[in-house]
Design a protein around this ligand. Structure first.
Ligand code: ASP
Ligand code: MG
Length: 420
């Protein structure tokens, strides 16, 4: 007998039919002799609809009220699923994040889990029930309800799996797992059978939208094996786990190619080329809470000056530009440029550590396709390049082929539509 945590995303529980399909799967897992804890997201687009409703009322919703509002979505799906499972003859109980003992810090809208006290869940399991937990929510010190950030139900599931010592955390979505590239852009992307949590972290941090970043961090830290798969089929999905001695994993040179079209680029032109200037530029960004990623500095035409370019999330660009403008006298630059028309392509693979030639293959493929590289950044197992956004789809396809990732036949099926 195993303890299995099953998490179902919004597209899997979008309507009564979806809830019935999920209930059937949960009941089968339970009847096979397992203990089952289920974590659910809100039905379909419920969270977006709640956000729209709030926006129609005020642009300045108090954060506390916003979080109470958003947690309502998961309460709907959890109770309906409990009914559906109960109707199939298996006892089930649903619990809010608070009832399930998900304790968080006070950062409304992006709270982090600080502790889990899942006694009621354990009691439910001991009583032979399926326990259903509302994803994406917890409670802070002041006993106020908090949310974990968009897509946070994954994190609830993995954190619970870690706290309960589950054998596996199954993440059900509307595609058959993780792919070597986004199948909507690269139709012959291949399903990844097995991947390390470290590689998954790099993919998730650079645009792959399949898993919540903090969920992967939890899985890595607490060694929780994840199985990402479709709730619409019985196919095996992608296993995310850490290699062990009994079960070493092969290190493909490149495991996947991902892209991020949500970043913008800012260039600060002609800053005086002397110590301390870059520090002041990025202090201005830091004061805005901007998440600066890739940075490149060039000596400008006037050799006493330099140009500094960096990327950051598009949503933060306007604010950061304004702050830089306000600091013009102090920073002494000659101009500012910004563009949202960029895309970032990243290749990720643990095998990069031990293989040379990855950058040569990457840059070779891009140059053959006539794609200009604007910036480059790397980690131990990732190389990212910034290109013009219009070049992004071509770049993805040629790079995917260059690393022999193309499948011979189309493997990717998107059953729902949102990829969650
Ligand atoms: N319902 C929340 C969202 O849409 C949380 C989740 O789906 O994981 O972001
Ligand atoms: Mg959702």
């Amino acid at each position: 007998m195993a303890l299995i945590v099953q998490k179902f995303g919004g597209s899997s529980v979008a309507d009564a039919e979806g809830l019935a399909r999920v209930a059937t799967r949960v009941v089968a897992t339970k009847k096979a002799g397992n203990d089952v804890v289920v974590v659910v997201s809100a039905m379909g687009d419920t969270t977006d609809d709640l956000l729209d409703l709030a926006a129609a009322i005020t642009q300045k919703a108090p954060e506390r009220e916003m979080d109470i509002l958003l947690t309502a979505g998961e309460r709907i799906s959890m109770s309906l699923l409990a009914m559906a499972i109960d109707a199939r003859g298996v006892p089930a109980r649903s619990y809010t994040g608070q009832q399930a003992g998900v304790l968080t810090d006070a950062a409304y809208g992006k709270a982090q889990i600080v502790k889990l006290a899942p006694e009621r869940i354990q009691k439910s399991l001991a009583d032979g029930q399926v326990a259903i937990v509302a994803g994406f929510q917890g409670v802070n010190d002041a006993n106020d309800v908090t949310t974990l950030g968009r897509g946070g139900s994954d994190t609830t599931a993995v954190a619970l799996a870690a706290a309960l010592g589950a054998d596996v955390c199954e993440i059900y979505t509307d595609v058959d797992g993780l792919f070597t590239a986004d199948p909507r852009v690269v139709p012959n992307a291949r399903r990844i059978r097995e991947i390390t949590s470290e590689e998954t972290l790099e993919l998730a941090a650079h645009g792959a939208k399949i898993l919540h970043l903090r969920a992967v961090e939890f899985a890595r830290r607490y060694n929780v094996p994840l199985h990402v798969r479709s709730s619409f089929s019985d196919k095996d999905g992608t296993w995310v786990r850490n290699p062990t001695e009994e079960n070493p994993m092969e290190d493909p040179i490149i495991t996947g190619v991902t892209h991020d079209a949500s970043q913008a680029k800012i260039t600060v032109l002609g800053v005086p080329d002397r110590p301390g200037v870059a520090a002041r530029v990025f202090q201005v960004c830091a004061d805005q809470g901007s998440n600066v990623d890739t940075i490149v500095q060039n000596v400008s035409a006037d050799s006493n000056r330099a140009d500094i370019s960096f990327t950051l999330p598009m949503a933060e660009a306007e604010r950061t530009l304004q702050a830089l403008r306000d600091a013009e006298d102090d920073l002494g630059f000659t101009g500012l440029k910004d563009t949202a028309e960029i895309g970032i392509l990243s290749v990720v693979g643990a095998g990069m550590r031990t293989h040379s030639g990855v950058s040569a293959t990457l840059f070779g493929a891009l140059s053959e396709a006539g794609v200009n590289i604007e910036m480059i950044s790397t980690s131990e197992i990732r190389i990212s390049v910034v290109v013009a956004s219009e070049d992004l789809p071509t770049a993805l396809k040629v790079v995917h082929s260059a690393f022999d990732l193309d499948a011979s036949e189309t493997e990717a099926v998107v059953y729902g539509g949102t990829g969650r």
